[in-house]
Structure formats: structure tokens, C-alpha cells
Design a protein around this ligand. Structure first.
Ligand code: MV4
Length: 464
């Protein structure tokens, strides 16, 4: 696979003084600030829908690269590379979403001599193929969900035998899927072949590949993830873990670090296995290993090869600026951090504030007429909005991230209740009322949730 891609830029060619930020919204502003703190110049880009974006005003250069339709702007690889060349940007930061996990984009810009602030194309491609990812993890000693590390053959007898060996329920997943797309649970043998056939059809259509794999279906796991950071000289560390179980339709709503009830002794060996996997792959940059956690065991499911939305909770507990670190390793600078220097102090929560209808969850576009944001010790707000800002209907509905940090989980929760109470936003609908109610939930307060908890809670709330 590596042969398909050109050589990485050599370490000496990786130095840059200007970064083009190929994203929008809160993450564009977050990355821009990190660049300035490191003495780097910034280039902001936008679509026609984001011409009045706040991050355009503070960047050293600001270019409109295409129409509102993301396919013609934030996803337009050629336009973004051209913008970098026109502005003299030596590097491109992709943020999250959009082109952040495009092997072709990483490949194209590095081939043009521009640094991609992210992994090389082959690492992105390997992790994008969920079977190849699983194989790489097993080779490095990372615990995975029971099931073959090979493609499911188009042979009914073998499919039946595989399911029997794993034991029902099983789950069929598309190798090209991920993030909840292209998967189907099979509760018992009678449903097996139809499930395989349907998932294969969907996979061919959605991902351009019919490749499938089968795993044991875990019924009540938590979603725990491990943050890693790797330089180009073979050094890697893990920065801590997060619990992201509170999600609805594969969209995370609340994240926290560390994951409650998981001792350093339990997670430590898993973190080290992730670091070993990074070394074996030759991984560069920041990344996240996603695990399901059930009955005291961790099972790898996917690796995300980007900076994630929820990186702030790990910044708060580790004291490490993950975007600074990401930019440094992209420049070829060796990691100064040793694993023993990395700790976890206190507890952090993040709430994703979305512009959405509280009942239907449909995106709510419009102008923010009034805005008050909380502040104070242990409170952080990552956002690009301000009074008068127009939320456009074209992109995802995340408008702000409310982050708290305190010595204990209870105090971080209490701080979040207060921070939510002091957040006032008029002109559009948001999920603030529902987030506030969630932080009064007793089971959540005890840390007794799993990946199904939030959807059940919402259903009960609607019925009440
Ligand atoms: C699973 C699973 C149970 N067993 N795999 C959903 C998103 C994608 N990252 C993988 N997902 C799942 N894979 C096995 N073998 C349950 C899920 C899952 C899930 C995982 C994490 C967070 C939320 C979830 C919601 C529904 C299903």
C-alpha cells in the first residue's frame, strides 16, 4: 500500500511559517489561535456562505474559495492547494471533518511540497480500511472485538460458520464504513444472509467497495477513546482517555476526561499498546483509538486520524495544548514529552451546543440576536459565534463547545450546570435546555451510562 504514495517530505523540508486553515467554524478559530501563539502566520479560507466569518477578520490572509456547497469549497482539494500556493502557505491544517481524513488530499498537497498537518496518506488509507486497521492493531497487541481480521467471503457456508464461531448476536460492518455508517446487527442465524446481502449492497453504493467483516456484537458497551501524539522520528505518547458514550445517532453530545470508573492500572496497558501500534505503523501527528468497553475489557473498533472535536477535555486534564503539539510534530520537531511526564489532573466535561430544534433535532438556521457566554476559572468556550452572527443551514450545527475543568468529576459537573445556566443565546433554537436537563440526571451523575443511555433518556423524556 505504501508504494502507491510518494515519499514524505524530509524533516528539513517540513519547516513552515504560514498555515492555511482548511476549515470553518470554531475549529478554524481554535487552530488560528494556536498558529499565532506559535508565531505562525495564518490563511483563512471560506465559502460564499461564510464571508462574514469572525476568523476571516483576524487571519493574515482571507480568501473565498467557492460557493456555499461544501463539495465546491471546503472539499475542493485543488482550490485549497491553489489558495495555499497563492498565499505562500507552507502547510495546511485540515481541522476535523471535510478533508481531514482524505488520503488523497494528504498525498496531493505533500506531493506539491506543502506540509499536511496530519498523518501521511498511507496511514490515513490503512485506518480508513477498517479491516486493515484491525489487522494492524492485532499485530501490535491492541485488543480487538472478537471476529476475523479478514474480509467476509461471498460464501454462505463460511459466513454461517464464522457467525457460529463468534456466537450470536454478531454485527456486519463495511470495511469502508466507520462512524456508524454501513453496519447491521444480526440477532440470530435466521437473519444472517439477508443482513449480509443488504449491508453488501449498501457498502458498494456508499463506499464503492462491497468489502465486509464480521464481529461479535457487544450489547451494552461504553465508548472510550485514547488520544495519541506521534512525531516523525518514531516516538509516540498517549495523552489520556475520554468517555464519549453520550451520543445520539452517532453524534457525540457530551464528552469527558478521564472516563469515570476506569483506573490507570486498567487503561495503562491499552494506552501503551496504542503507542506501540503507532510506532509499528509509522504514524505521524495526533490520532484517536476508539474502543468499546464492556465488563472490564477494551475492544478496539476504529482509529480516527484527525484532531477531534472533543480534544479540549484531554487538553484540560493533561495540560498539553494538542494543537500546538500537532503543529510541532508536523514540522518534524521531535517530541519533547516523555510518557512519564504526562499526567491526568482533575476532571473535564465538554458540551456540544448545536443550533437545532429541541424536539425534531433538525438544524436551526438564523441570526443570533443576543449572546452571553460564561467565563471564570475552569470554564472554556470554543466558539466562532457572536451577537449578530448568522448560522447558515449549509454545514453542521455545532456552534459552540462549553468545557469545564475542576478537581473532581462532581465539581466539573456542577461547574457545567452553572456554565449552562449562564449561557444565553437568542434568535435560534439550541440544545441548551436539553443539555441542562441531562446534567441533572442522577444515573449520568453516577457515571453509569453506556452508548445507548442518551437515546433511552431522550425517549423517556419525550414520553413524560
Ligand atoms: C459496534 C457496536 C457493538 N459491537 N461494534 C458505531 C459507530 C462505529 N464507530 C462502531 N459502532 C459500534 N460498533 C461491535 N462489535 C456498537 C456500536 C455502536 C456505537 C459505538 C460507539 C458509540 C455509539 C454507538 C452507538 C451505536 C452502536
Amino acid at each position: 500500500m505504501a508504494a502507491e504514495f510518494s515519499e514524505n517530505l524530509r524533516s528539513s523540508a517540513r519547516r513552515f511559517d504560514t498555515v492555511l486553515i482548511a476549515n470553518r467554524g470554531e475549529i478554524a478559530l481554535r487552530v488560528q489561535r494556536a498558529c499565532r501563539e506559535l508565531g505562525l502566520k495564518t490563511v483563512a479560507i471560506c465559502s460564499e456562505a461564510d464571508r462574514d466569518a469572525p476568523y476571516g477578520e483576524t487571519a493574515d490572509s482571507f480568501l473565498c474559495i467557492g460557493p456555499a456547497n461544501a463539495a465546491k469549497s471546503y472539499l475542493n482539494k485543488d482550490a485549497i492547494l491553489l489558495a495555499a500556493q497563492l498565499t505562500g502557505a507552507g502547510a495546511i491544517h485540515p481541522g476535523y471533518g471535510f478533508l481531514s481524513e482524505s488520503a488523497a488530499f494528504s498525498e496531493a498537497i505533500e506531493a506539491a511540497g506543502v506540509v499536511f498537518i496530519g498523518p501521511d496518506a498511507s496511514a490515513i488509507a490503512t485506518m480508513g480500511d477498517k479491516i486493515a486497521a484491525k489487522r494492524a492493531m492485532l499485530a501490535a497487541g491492541v485488543p480487538c472485538v472478537p471476529g476475523p481480521e479478514t474480509e467476509l467471503p461471498d460464501d454462505r457456508a463460511i459466513v454461517e460458520k464464522t457467525a457460529q464461531e463468534i456466537g450470536y448476536p454478531v454485527i456486519i460492518k463495511a470495511a469502508g464504513g466507520g462512524g456508524g455508517r454501513g453496519m447491521r446487527v444480526v440477532p440470530e442465524a435466521g437473519a444472517l444472509h439477508e443482513a449480509v446481502a443488504l449491508t453488501r449492497q449498501e457498502a458498494s453504493k456508499a463506499f464503492g467497495s462491497p468489502s465486509l467483516y464480521m464481529e461479535k456484537f457487544l450489547q451494552h458497551p461504553r465508548h472510550i477513546e485514547i488520544q495519541v501524539l506521534c512525531d516523525i522520528h518514531g516516538d509516540a505518547v498517549w495523552l489520556g482517555h475520554r468517555d464519549c458514550s453520550m451520543q445520539r445517532r452517532h453524534q457525540k453530545v457530551v464528552e469527558e476526561a478521564p472516563a469515570p470508573g476506569i483506573s490507570p492500572g486498567l487503561i495503562g496497558p491499552v494506552g501503551l499498546a496504542c503507542v506501540e501500534a503507532c510506532r509499528q505503523i509509522g504514524y505521524r501527528g495526533v490520532g484517536t483509538f476508539e474502543f468499546l468497553y464492556e465488563n472490564g475489557e477494551f475492544y478496539f473498533i476504529e482509529m480516527n486520524t484527525r484532531l477531534q472535536v472533543e480534544h479540549p477535555v484531554t487538553e484540560m486534564t493533561s495540560g498539553i495544548d494538542i494543537v500546538h503539539a500537532q503543529i510541532h510534530v508536523a514540522q518534524g520537531i521531535p517530541l519533547a514529552l516523555r510518557q512519564n511526564d504526562i499526567g491526568c489532573s482533575g476532571h473535564s466535561f465538554e458540551c456540544r451546543i448545536n443550533a437545532e430544534d429541541p424536539e425534531s433535532f433538525l438544524p436551526s438556521a438564523g441570526t443570533i440576536t443576543a449572546l452571553a457566554l460564561p467565563e471564570g476559572p475552569g470554564i472554556r468556550v470554543d466558539t466562532h459565534i457572536r451577537a449578530g452572527y448568522r448560522v447558515s443551514p449549509y454545514y453542521d450545527s455545532l456552534i459552540a463547545k462549553l468545557i469545564t475543568h475542576a478537581p473532581t468529576r462532581e465539581e466539573a459537573m456542577a461547574k457545567m450546570r452553572e456554565a449552562l445556566d449562564r449561557t444565553k443565546l437568542e434568535g435560534i433554537s439550541t440544545n441548551l435546555p436539553f443539555l441542562r436537563a441531562l446534567f441533572d440526571d442522577e444515573q449520568f451523575a453516577r457515571g453509569e451510562t453506556d452508548i445507548h443511555y442518551l437515546e433511552k433518556w431522550l425517549k423517556q423524556r419525550r414520553a413524560a
